[in-house]
Design a protein around this ligand. Structure first.
Ligand SMILES: [Zn+2]
Length: 231
């Protein structure tokens, strides 16, 4: 099947073209919704379940959080701007890693109240409330995880057609259509580089190799010293 502008196959989890087109569309939606920079404190959350290993269980737990956030919006408990994505990555050592990325502008109290109801692992960082900072986070959170066909299908089944984007009214109904690669202003990537998982793994491999080499060097030097001391 041909996958191109106007006739996308829409398999965001397995088709790199659709995934990147989706990333651009969500990113553009975020940019449109923040044309006027939201005020308040910018907080970046990464939310996971404590218990790992069961993809279906973890995804369902994260959707409880998402449902509660939606309910809180309905009840006007949450009024600030927020934008999030439920993302599923995969690593050989850890397996599937479903997590909810979320950025909020303003009071985090209602979000924390919801998160406290569940057994979650929550990473929370305050970031500078600046256009390029929030854009680089959103660009990164909407990236394509190349899971391959089989794993992509497993994730698609587990998601069961539920939306992976959760956002406040500021990002609704903006009518952002297909966004071409040349339509994206990438200048946001410069001031706040975010390391991709592959880069982090590469750096950590390199660091541990260097550590082992250094340990080997030290033990060889020790052996030489001993040889002379006993001679
Ligand atoms: Zn496609």
């Amino acid at each position: 099947m041909v996958c191109e502008v106007g006739r996308r196959c829409r398999k965001h989890l397995t088709c790199p073209d659709c995934a990147r087109s989706w990333q651009r569309k969500e990113f553009k939606t975020f940019c449109e919704g923040t044309k006027i920079q939201p005020s308040g404190i910018l907080t970046y959350f990464v939310i996971k379940t404590q218990r790992r290993g069961n993809l279906y269980y973890s995804i369902d737990e994260l959707y409880k959080v998402i449902d509660d956030i939606r309910e809180a919006v309905k009840r006007s408990r949450i009024g600030c701007s927020f934008f999030g994505r439920l993302e599923v990555s995969f690593s050989q050592t850890m397996g599937f890693n479903p997590h909810l990325n979320l950025i909020t502008f303003g009071d985090v109290t209602p979000f924390l109240e919801i998160l406290m109801r569940y057994n979650l692992h929550v990473y929370r960082r305050i970031k500078e409330n600046e256009k390029n900072v929030s854009r680089s986070i959103v660009w990164y959170m909407c990236k394509f995880n190349n899971l391959g066909y089989e794993k992509g299908e497993i994730v698609r089944n587990a998601l069961n057609q539920r939306k992976t984007i959760i956002s406040s009214r500021h990002f609704k109904g903006l009518g952002v259509g297909d966004v071409s690669a040349t339509d994206v202003d990438y200048s946001f990537l410069k001031p706040c580089p975010i390391r991709y998982r592959e880069e982090v793994e590469l750096r950590s491999d390199y660091a541990s190799k260097r550590r082992r080499e250094r340990e080997a060097l030290i033990s060889k030097i020790e052996a030489i010293k001993k040889m002379y001391e006993t001679a």
